[in-house]
Design a protein around this ligand. Structure first.
Ligand code: MEV
Length: 448
């Protein structure tokens, strides 16, 4: 029986571990040892990690892999991926090499504007409110001058503030909707600080204005927050080549490949069940680079899925056209990223990733990450429409099974060779392992 605890956050790290282990573990010593085995040897680095979040008791490793040969806008990148799923990095690298020989990825930053809202309730004359907001607009800018000074010096700032009437959808609901340019930073703190100041400016100004009655002045500010939906911060990455260059090695003709591939994309455009898996594969590529570069993958995920639903039905983020002998494949993805501030200056591996990428601007990083998503989708659709996905997956799965069984390198070599000509399954892999090791079942190893 476990007990609730008060003041867990106030316990020392050791105290927290003792409590967890005491409450939830049979093998208490083993649990402590495991947590400690994931601590970083360098205490400074460990302290940094401890302080990223709250109640830290250990670290949770994610593999960090690199996919080279990404030619993007004429520049060659080796892209870092932080991801636990096998095959993703291999797929990215394979697509990168394929397109390296066909002109690479070409990208366009469609727009870079971010949006935030002061959500509020107002129960009166809308026209009077509209006029008032126009009249006090300059105050929104002057009252946020100290917050925006640095951003303005870097070429960004507040672009626009307007009143949005949402009262037809929710009684008395209005927004102050503001647009921002945040340059190389993701800008969440900047935007939220501006929005909170707008709310203060607004409530103070309306309270001082004799045209409004006491009830009209009782504007209720519900909340001030940026939107992670960024349909005006969008990048396009595309690849294209003459159809005859779509040689695949799987035996399928370039024409048939182009046709099947574009049909697979069309299916994802009209069928939400498929679109979800299709976009999940894209996010394999996007999230992994977003994480490796210290950005917020939950924000990017949320934006991409909302964007994929923008026409009223969840649909593919990628599109394909086969026209006049040319195969064209592209992604449009919302991508609010930063290359300064936040984790980018704190996490040693994030700094490494950004250096590996040549210290990109946020706009360049948008292009890199969209290209990694497109590469991922190309690899997935290429496999799905030709050999099937399981061949590659099971190869990686086999290695995971063998690692779990603690097979030696020689054993792995023999078993991997065997499965080049045999179908991989968990039981078949275990059986072969036992045969190679000369045991009846893996239980024998545990007993020994
Ligand atoms: C697996 O993580 C991703 C795929 O399912 C994506 C797809 O089906 O397009 C292979």
């Amino acid at each position: 029986m476990t007990n609730p605890i008060k003041g867990f956050s106030k316990l020392s790290k050791q105290g927290k571990i003792e409590w967890i282990v005491d409450q939830y573990f049979q093998d208490k010593e083993g649990a402590v040892e495991l947590l400690q085995s994931y601590w970083h040897d360098d205490q400074k680095v460990q302290k940094l990690h401890d302080e990223f979040i709250e109640n830290t008791v250990s670290n949770f490793y994610t593999p960090y892999g690199v996919a080279p040969n990404f030619l993007i806008d004429g520049k060659l990148y080796a892209i870092p991926f932080a991801i636990e799923e096998s095959s993703v990095v291999a797929a990215a690298a394979k697509s990168a090499s394929f397109w390296l020989e066909r002109g690479g990825f070409k990208t366009t930053i469609i727009s870079t504007t971010k949006i935030g809202h002061v959500h509020f309730m107002y129960d009166d004359d809308v026209e009077k409110l509209r006029t008032f907001i126009e009249e006090i607009k300059d105050r929104f800018y002057t009252d946020t001058a100290s917050i925006t000074a640095n951003m303005q010096a870097r070429g960004g700032g507040i672009l626009d503030i307007k009143l949005v009437d949402k009262s037809d959808q929710l009684e008395n609901y209005f927004q102050l909707e503001a647009r921002f340019e945040t340059c190389d930073s993701m800008g969440a703190n900047f935007i939220n600080s501006c929005l909170e100041q707008f709310a203060q400016t607004f409530t103070a100004a309306i309270a001082d204005d004799s045209r409004f009655s006491e009830s009209e002045k009782a504007v209720q500010i519900v909340m001030c927050i940026l939107s992670n939906y960024t349909p005006e911060c969008v990048v396009r990455s595309e690849v294209s080549c003459p159809i005859e260059q779509l040689t695949d090695g799987s035996g399928i003709s370039p024409e048939e490949f182009a046709q099947k591939f574009s049909r697979a994309v069309k299916i994802a455009e009209i069928e939400p069940y498929r679109a979800t898996t299709h976009n999940k594969g894209i996010m394999n590529g996007i999230d992994a680079v977003v994480i490796a570069t210290g950005n917020d993958f939950r924000a990017i995920e949320a934006a991409c899925h909302t964007y994929a639903s923008r026409n009223g039905q969840y649909s593919s983020l990628t599109h394909c056209e086969v026209k006049d002998g040319i195969f064209r494949f592209w992604i449009d993805a919302p991508m609010a990223l930063g290359t300064v501030g936040g984790l980018t200056t704190l996490h040693p591996m994030v700094k490494f990733s950004l250096e590996l990428l040549g210290k990109p601007s946020a706009y360049e990083l948008m292009s890199i990450i969209a290209s990694s998503g497109l590469a991922q989708n190309f690899a997935a659709l290429r496999a799905l429409t030709t050999t099937g996905i399981q061949k590659g997956h099971m190869k990686m799965h086999l290695l995971n099974i063998l690692n779990q069984l603690e097979a030696t390198n020689e054993e792995k070599e023999i078993i991997v060779d065997h499965f080049k000509h045999n179908t991989v399954s968990h039981s078949a892999a275990v059986k072969k392992f036992c045969e190679v090791r000369g045991i009846k079942s893996p239980e024998e190893i545990k007993k020994a």
